[in-house]
Design a protein around this ligand. Structure first.
Ligand SMILES: [Ca+2]
Ligand SMILES: [Ca+2]
Length: 134
């Protein structure tokens, strides 16, 4: 009897650990730490629910006043429209993924310009006409 209890406890601990590991990507996405391109509902997975989410926003059944859904779901960068839903559908049926759907959305990083000690070389405007003295 004691062996059965022990086995049950080990099984319960293993299942709990498995559940925690499988929930990690969803938890990370839910925190909004790594937005995924095409993940309109921000659940960490790009699926047909994201297509429905886009359609609901386009039909004004859902609000996206903060623009976060558009940020994640605007696949081609021209604003949220029905072509974004179409691109996600094509991704789901494994067409070429030219828009990197399902990959982490890379935010543009600010660039810094390194200071230079060189004096700038004067350049001649190519449209200046040469001066001719007689
Ligand atoms: Ca999703
Ligand atoms: Ca778009």
């Amino acid at each position: 009897m004691k062996t059965i209890k022990h086995s049950f406890c080990v099984l319960l601990i293993a299942l709990t650990a498995l559940c925690m590991i499988s929930a990690l990507p969803l938890a990370a996405a839910a925190e909004g730490s790594v937005p995924i391109r095409g993940d309109a509902d921000c659940n960490g997975v790009v699926d047909v629910k994201d297509v429905t989410e886009i359609q609901c926003v386009l039909a004004e059944l859902k609000d996206d006043s903060d623009g976060q859904l558009t940020l994640r779901a605007d696949i081609n960068g021209d604003g949220l429209d029905i072509s974004d839903a179409t691109q996600i559908q094509m991704y789901l049926v494994e067409f070429d993924n030219i828009w990197h759907i399902g990959e982490p959305l890379v935010q543009p990083q600010p660039t810094t310009v390194q200071p230079t000690t060189k004096k700038p070389v004067p350049t001649r405007d190519t449209y200046d006409l040469p001066i001719i003295f007689n």
